[in-house]
Design a protein around this ligand. Structure first.
Ligand code: FE2
Length: 433
């Protein structure tokens, strides 16, 4: 017997990201059926009073590693905090992993994600272990969370497609098991030539199978790491425009600007999508520098200005590479905003889009948004605008997935005991006028 259909849900008095206030939104059958300043309340409907707070489409994480999440300290901590020690540490941890432990940690993280209004995640999964433990565990997690969270998996050859002997065969097996996207790591291959060859092989594999591509690409401070050019070339050659994502692209931070002026239009022509990972880029790049230390994040404002879709990813939470994080995509966007100096009013909004609409485009999500007919997935934020949500990493007051209220959180309010001052503060400021 299938579960009973959820009752209609009426959201009252919501502010929308485009600034409309006092809006009502009706949800039926898991979809948004109506959106207007006034709507009749259907009989038996559940009512969510937004009290003027911001109703946003859910957060989307365009780049994550669910197989290593919450493994911090296993079997030891990353002493140097560097990318290379992180990769070595992951190599030490891999033989100790079990399918059950990976699934348990991933499910715990998905709980955090839901509570944070993060309802779609693209996760890379390492396929270099011939047992494919992580692949099997995350396919099971994907099935279990599907009623409330969309999890997309990328077959990721962490140890190198050509550098790791069975990686290509394992990657094909992972795709056969149902992994959604072809991954890669060309800058980690032994030579530039092998890196370029890995891009060709992986793009051809994706074209044959009709799958998207999302590669860790040029995650390096080396200005001559130019695999993104090869990725754009094969994307166009194979007609994969719009289906290919370059993740990290940190070498672009250090590239010669004349070369970048040629690269940007090439990427735009190829319909390449880009994911920057601000928290990880700012902590892992520039490690060989004395001073000045490079920030390492790719050229986000310039890519956006060239017409390239750019999203931000969390990349890691409590794992060999990063011992922080709590599934908060507003923290990710806020870091991106600071690192890229995107403090202008339009740029602030672009940073909010990078963890919502732009990230949804990277994942190719169907029915994403707050328009009539879209999936009834949204988050109510204790903020009056996207900019305020970024400033406060706003509390997620309510989260709705598929028309069902799946999480509630009390407002963040401090009770004050100061003579002649208000009794409480919540850190928000209603916009003037
Ligand atoms: Fe990554």
């Amino acid at each position: 017997m299938s579960p009973p259909a959820p009752v209609p849900l009426l959201v009252r008095d919501a502010t929308l990201p485009d600034g409309r206030r006092g809006m009502q939104l009706l949800v039926e059958g898991g979809r948004i059926r109506a959106l207007a300043p006034q709507l009749p309340e259907p009989a038996g409907a559940e009512v969510l009073d937004a009290q003027g707070w911001l109703l946003s489409p859910p957060f989307v994480d365009a780049h994550f590693h669910m197989d290593s999440v919450l493994s911090h300290g296993l079997p030891r901590v990353n002493v140097s905090g560097t990318l290379l020690e992180g990769i070595a540490l992951w190599g030490e941890l891999k033989p100790l992993l079990t399918e059950e432990a990976i699934a348990e940690r991933a499910l715990a993280y998905c709980d955090w994600a839901v509570a944070r209004g993060l309802l779609a995640i693209r996760s890379h999964v390492d396929i270099c272990d011939p047992r494919l433990l992580a692949v099997r565990a995350l396919l099971e997690v994907k099935r279990r969370v599907a009623p409330y969270l969309q999890l997309q998996l990328v077959a990721f050859p962490q140890d190198g497609l050509l550098r790791s002997p069975a990686a290509l065969a394992n990657l094909v097996r992972a795709l056969d098991l149902g992994v959604d996207v072809v991954g890669g790591i060309p800058h980690f291959e032994r030579t530039m030539a092998e890196g370029a060859e890995s891009v060709r092989l992986l793009c051809e594999l994706a074209a044959e199978r009709g799958l998207p591509v999302d590669m860790h690409c040029d995650e390096s401070d080396d200005p001559l790491s130019r695999h993104v050019e090869t990725l754009a070339f094969h994307t166009q050659r194979l007609g994969l425009q719009g289906r290919v994502t370059g993740s990290h692209l940190t070498s672009m931070h250090s590239m010669d600007s004349y070369y970048v002026s040629k690269l940007l239009p090439l990427m735009a022509e190829a319909g390449l999508q880009v994911v920057a990972n601000p928290l990880i880029n700012i902590t892992l790049q520039g490690r060989h520098d004395s001073y000045p230390k490079r920030r390492g994040m790719t050229r986000v404002p310039e890519l956006l200005a060239a017409g390239v879709n750019v999203a931000f990813g969390h990349d890691c939470v409590l794992d060999p590479w990063y011992s922080f994080g709590s599934a908060c995509m507003l923290e990710v966007a806020s870091m991106g905003l600071h690192v890229a100096q995107m403090t202008g009013s339009q740029a602030q909004r672009q940073c909010f889009d990078a963890v919502t609409t732009n990230a949804a485009r990277v994942l190719g999500l169907e029915g994403y948004g707050l328009d009539v007919g879209c999936r009834a997935d949204f988050v109510l934020l204790q903020a009056h605008s996207p900019e305020e949500a970024l400033r406060l990493r706003a509390q997620r007051l309510a989260v709705v997935s598929g028309g069902v209220l799946v999480s509630r959180m009390a407002p963040a309010i401090a009770e004050l005991a100061l003579p002649g001052r208000p009794g409480h503060v919540d850190f928000t400021r209603q916009a003037a006028g």
